[in-house]
Design a protein around this ligand. Structure first.
Ligand SMILES: [Zn+2]
Length: 266
């Protein structure tokens, strides 16, 4: 990155070559009060369009944790996919907005309105939750909302998609992952995937098989089920972590079932 040598603590990255660094997008940069103060502020040594990246990096180099707030949608003007992948009725602030997207935020607050974040159509989701335009289910839209801006997406990795709708495969394949789409009956025997995404819950046997194909730095995600738990899959492997994720959206009619995930450390 140009000008990186001018970042504070620039040697921290060299000492942590495998560490993925996060970045709070400068359009909506929210700080805890104790994260700023004397000696802790935006750099005055760099041009303005570097300062959000530099301050994000500097905070991480001092041990701070950066996180994303689901209700805040902040992207750069050039980010693909755009806000349409994530905006919903729970969004309280977004960047960058246009006249069209401001209108969309208002429209999502109206009772009975639905929106598909995969094909961007309005009022096409059936009472059973399927989009009449792209056939996405509430789980497909839920997966897309959480994966659209995942940090792994723009590292040129490969993705294995099991039992998801075509529009989700198309979306994840556009400037993000090299996508392999398959079904539970046709799982590959081997591979190394940065993303393994299932639209329906795997059996414990299939989940264990998929875990072995999860590349370092990779994410595996599936709808929660009692028989396939993240903690069981993680086991005693120190490189694996697991957890649950939940975000409900009325306007996207997302599936109420929570998402289970595991990651493999780089
Ligand atoms: Zn759709």
């Amino acid at each position: 990155m140009p000008r990186f040598a001018d970042f504070r603590n620039s040697d921290f990255a060299a000492k942590n070559p495998k560490r993925p660094f996060r970045h709070v997008q400068g359009g909506l940069f929210i700080l805890r009060r104790d994260a700023a103060g004397p000696g802790k502020a935006f750099s005055t040594d760099l041009p303005q369009d570097y300062t959000d990246v530099e301050f994000s990096y500097y905070l991480e180099s001092t041990g701070a944790t950066l996180t994303a707030i689901p209700e805040i949608a902040a992207l750069t003007v050039k980010t693909n996919p755009g806000l349409g992948a994530v905006l919903d009725d729970t969004t309280v602030a977004a960047h960058p907005l246009s006249l069209e997207s401001v209108h969309a935020l208002d429209r999502m607050q109206l009772a009975g309105v639905t929106r598909c974040n995969l094909c961007q159509s309005w009022d096409r989701i059936s009472p059973h939750g399927q989009c009449r335009s792209c056939e996405s289910t509430g789980m497909d839209r839920k997966l897309w909302q959480i994966l659209a801006h995942d940090w792994r997406a723009h590292r040129g990795g490969s993705a294995l998609l099991v039992d998801v709708v075509g529009s989700l495969s198309t979306a994840l394949g556009a400037q993000m992952f090299g996508v392999t789409m398959t079904t539970w009956a046709d799982l590959p025997a081997q591979g190394a995937f940065a993303l393994i995404c299932a639209g329906t819950s795997p059996t414990p046997r299939d989940a264990a098989h998929l875990r072995e194909m999860l590349a370092p730095g990779g994410l595996m995600i599936w709808p929660e089920s009692a028989e396939t738990r993240p903690a069981t899959l993680v086991g005693l492997d120190p490189a694996l972590r697991g957890g649950m994720s939940q975000r409900l959206s009325r306007v996207l009619m997302t599936d109420p079932v929570r998402l289970s995930w595991i990651t493999r450390d780089l």
